[in-house]
Design a protein around this ligand. Structure first.
Ligand code: HEC
Length: 483
């Protein structure tokens, strides 16, 4: 509540981050983490067998990786920061407090990774001149693969922490934050999944690059398929391990996460889709080991699509089941800390918000106040008319007949109990009433909320010092209409 609320009513804040982040993860896992070890492996075999065809194939594949990771990959990575910091600055602020040195290390590792891929790619042809240069070059490739993995290993700690901070709750140390209960299983899961995806991605490009050299294709296919099948085995074990450490309250969110609550049956079906999809990918890999070069290219493409869909859905579900929290048991998805709830529920949120034009609710400003309450308490997940629009949700619940503010207020008062994934209402009773009156007004007159909040009035003195929230009001320049 110290920051202006940023809101896009059409696609909503969740989808904004999700679209960018999922694209980033697909590229990162398939092209950076999973593919780079294969490039180093191909280069190594090229050197040991003195076969320039392996070496040149590795170079062509690296060119694809280089272009994709340094353009879309890097930009979507930065995009996650931009979008997450805009949508939930309080959460990013808390995470930076815990992981400051983690992020600092991440930055160093990332810069090293980008430098390494540039040198590795750009010096490939000149390294071919002497065997010594080639050996050094191969070492660069191995270092690049390791550094790419380390960037993920650091970020996965933060993702795990957001789901379950574990001992950090009691000792608040960086180490407890890093090695949270979900860390190791999630890292094992992502590493093995990335290796399988990287293998399948490289197989698809390799298939295309070797149209005129079928013997080379079967040789390389045999190698990458065996490598990927091995990781597929690890993936099965890692997935099971990961599933075991997911806390019970999150598992209870699974059915809603997978689609929406009306289609709970989907949950069961989804499991089957997951099993059939994985079996298909495993079958394609085993066929490629049995008859390298004989399997139709379309099957590789289909496997890659299946893997991308599974990873995309996994990210979506993982983000959803963490709700109502953004940081497990510490901060709700609305950016409000669990420990600040009693204060806000007593005084009201508008008393403590930095960006609001209303501190006291009267019958005249009730609808406007309700809109501000909606912005603070609901817009991290709901829009007015767009994705997960509140108007559509209310129509679903109360139909087209005139809505009743006290019925809506009663629901919101208990919304966390009714739908666990929504945080409890963070305000006091007059804010609850204002919100309900505002929601009723949407039935006849729904106006989208757009852009970031820009105005706010200074907080009363007693409030500013009574809370750890917010910047102190600028008393030198009181704004009109206050005090
Ligand atoms: C953490 C995210 C989140 C927050 C914050 C949140 N909601 Fe929701 N809400 C959801 C999701 C997700 C759904 C279910 C969407 C679906 O099933 O299609 C939902 C559904 C609803 C529904 C329909 C419930 C039903 O039983 O069908 C109402 C009403 C609602 N929200 C009101 C609110 C109000 C009012 C606020 C703010 C005080 C709020 N929500 C805050 C995520 C959130």
């Amino acid at each position: 509540m110290d920051f202006p609320i940023f809101h896009i009513d059409f696609i909503g804040n969740r989808l904004l981050i999700a679209a960018d982040a999922i694209l980033h993860v697909l590229i990162n896992h398939a092209f950076a983490i999973g593919a780079l070890p294969i490039i180093a492996l191909l280069e190594y075999i090229g050197i040991s067998n003195r076969d320039p065809r392996w070496d040149q194939l590795a170079y062509r594949l690296l060119k694809v990786i280089f272009i994709v990771t340094t353009t879309v990959g890097a930009m979507t990575g930065v995009g996650i920061w931009f979008s997450a910091a805009l949508v939930n600055p309080a959460a990013i602020g808390s995470l930076i407090r815990v992981f400051f040195w983690g992020w600092f290390a991440e930055w160093l590792v990332f810069v090293t990774e980008v430098s390494l891929i540039m040198v590795y790619f750009l010096s490939w042809q000149s390294a071919a001149k002497s065997p010594e240069a080639k050996h050094k070059h191969l070492k660069l490739g191995i270092a690049l693969a390791v550094f790419s993995w380390i960037t993920m290993a650091i970020i996965v700690a933060i993702l795990g922490f957001m789901m379950e901070p574990g001992n950090w709750h009691s000792d608040q140390s960086l180490l407890s934050g890093l090695f949270n209960p979900m860390y190791a299983p999630q890292l094992a899961f992502r590493t093995s999944l990335a290796m399988v995806m990287g293998g399948m991605t490289m197989i698809c490009f390799m298939y295309w690059f070797t149209v005129n050299d079928l013997p080379l294709r079967s040789g390389v296919m045999f190698l990458i398929a065996r490598w990927s099948a091995l990781w597929m085995g690890v993936l099965v074990i890692a997935s099971y391990w990961y599933y075991q450490v997911v806390p019970q309250n999150m598992l209870a969110n699974l059915p809603v996460a997978i689609t929406t609550q009306e289609y709970t049956d989907w949950h069961a079906n989804f499991k089957w889709l997951l099993i059939i999809g994985s079996l298909f990918v495993a079958w394609v890999l085993l066929e490629s080991i049995r008859q390298p070069g004989k399997v139709h290219g379309g099957k590789y493409l289909a496997s890659l699509v299946v893997l991308c869909l599974m990873l995309g859905q996994f990210e979506r579900v993982r983000e959803f089941i963490r709700k109502p929290f953004i940081v497990g048991n510490y901060m709700y998805a609305n950016g409000i800390r669990v420990s600040d709830y009693p204060l806000l529920q007593r005084d009201g949120m508008l008393q403590h918000a930095t960006y609001t034009d209303i501190r006291h609710i009267t019958p005249d400003n009730q609808v406007k106040a309700g809109r501000e309450v909606f912005e603070i308490a609901c817009t991290r997940c709901h829009t007015v008319k767009g994705v997960n629009g509140i108007r559509a949700q209310l129509i679903k619940m109360y139909g087209e007949k005139p809505w009743n503010a006290s019925v809506i207020a009663a629901y919101i008062d208990n919304m966390h109990g009714a739908r666990y994934f929504m945080p409890p209402f963070p305000g006091n009773s007059s804010e609850l009433e204002a919100l309900s009156v505002y929601l009723v007004s949407l039935q006849t007159r729904a106006r989208a909320i757009e852009g970031a909040q820009t105005t706010g009035i200074p907080k009363p003195d007693k409030i500013s010092s009574a809370t750890h929230y917010g910047t102190l009001p600028d008393l030198a320049k009181p704004q009109p209409g206050t005090h």
